[in-house]
Design a protein around this ligand. Sequence first.
Ligand code: NAD
Ligand code: UD1
Length: 335
Amino acid sequence: MKVLMTGGAGFIGSNTAAAVLDAGHDVIVLDNYCNSDPGVIERIEQVGGRPIVDIRCDVTDREEVRRVFREHKVDAVVHFAGLKAVGESVQQPVRYYRNNLDGILTMLEVMAEFGVKRFVFSSSATVYGGDNQVPFTEEMPLGECTNPYGWTKRMGEQILRDAAAADPELSVVLLRYFNPVGGHESGLLGEHPNGVPNNLMPYIVQVAQGKREKLSVFGDDYDTPDGTGVRDYIHVTDLAKGHVAALEYTLDHTGVEVVNLGTGHGVSVLELVQAFEKATGCTVPYEIAPRRAGDIAQCYAKVDKAQKVLNWRADKTVEEMCRDSWNGRNTKAGQ
Ligand code: NAD
Ligand code: UD1
């Protein structure tokens, strides 16, 4: 298969590109590098052992996207391209809706024009909202999102469902990621958010590096075993393999399939800090801080469907997630 990966230069995209190459498929990365570094292309090729096609292009630029489809025989699309900073989405909602939804619409229009029928979408566990009981299952009614970023995922899913309902040949897999962390074991494809990290693992890495003084643990009074927030951290290499399974699934299925990509295990903030210290030998000073607005106590996946439908499950341990997050600290995948 020749797989077009929008946003393929980013954290999850670059690791997935390596996995897709490893599975014997060809890769085209389409990225505008608004949150990544073109240098990652060489590292994907190094890890994947083969050259890829890379195209600097905005996924909302329909003429440019049409040109890509004219010049390359695309068999399937994995759509990672999107803005993902929750706080920024509250400040700049229109930019988020424009970028994240226009990207999907443009891609669907051009795919229809060129007869491409396979689409894998980066959705998020954020679509479950805060009112559901853990573990989150794909059949649950979705809750209210607390921010525009979350709504772009929820609306994106709806657009894709409607498109698939109207075109019986379309095959769409909506992958709801839980909390991706880690990096390629080579250390070449890591996570490097711009500015102050919002997410826990990159923040821990920067504290361990001495770039930040200490971690603020957002709340120790949740209804969880140690009072801190519980999440389903998943190694990005496992997540990447989930995309390969989803792509292969689209070869002989049509319609929409929603699949959680998580481990099914909840890990608290303090447990992650301890695991990180154990895996790396670093110390991570922390203090307990007030709860962060919009956070929920617990979020973890029911993963039976991924096993059943995609024949995939996550294998890597929390220690491996910590070790590979640490190994990737010096090479940029994002900026
Ligand atoms: P990332 O920022 O590292 O990667 C996204 C890539 O998309 C970047 O390389 C960026 O330059 C590119 N991009 C953004 N807008 C674009 C546009 N208009 N045209 C072309 N390229 C564009 O993020 P990531 O962590 O790799 O996330 C990938 C996808 O998965 C995103 O859609 C994100 O919302 C989703 N997701 C991420 C997480 C997470 O925790 N990282 C969780 C759930 C869902
Ligand atoms: C966050 C986003 C979610 C998004 C996901 C992936 C919010 C409210 N949610 O999810 O929409 O899909 O990232 O990008 O922003 N924590 C600390 N200290 C920190 C950072 C985090 O204690 O400095 C805690 C949080 O309170 C939470 C856990 O660590 O309990 C994980 O946080 P984070 O990595 O930001 O992920 P989510 O909140 O699950």
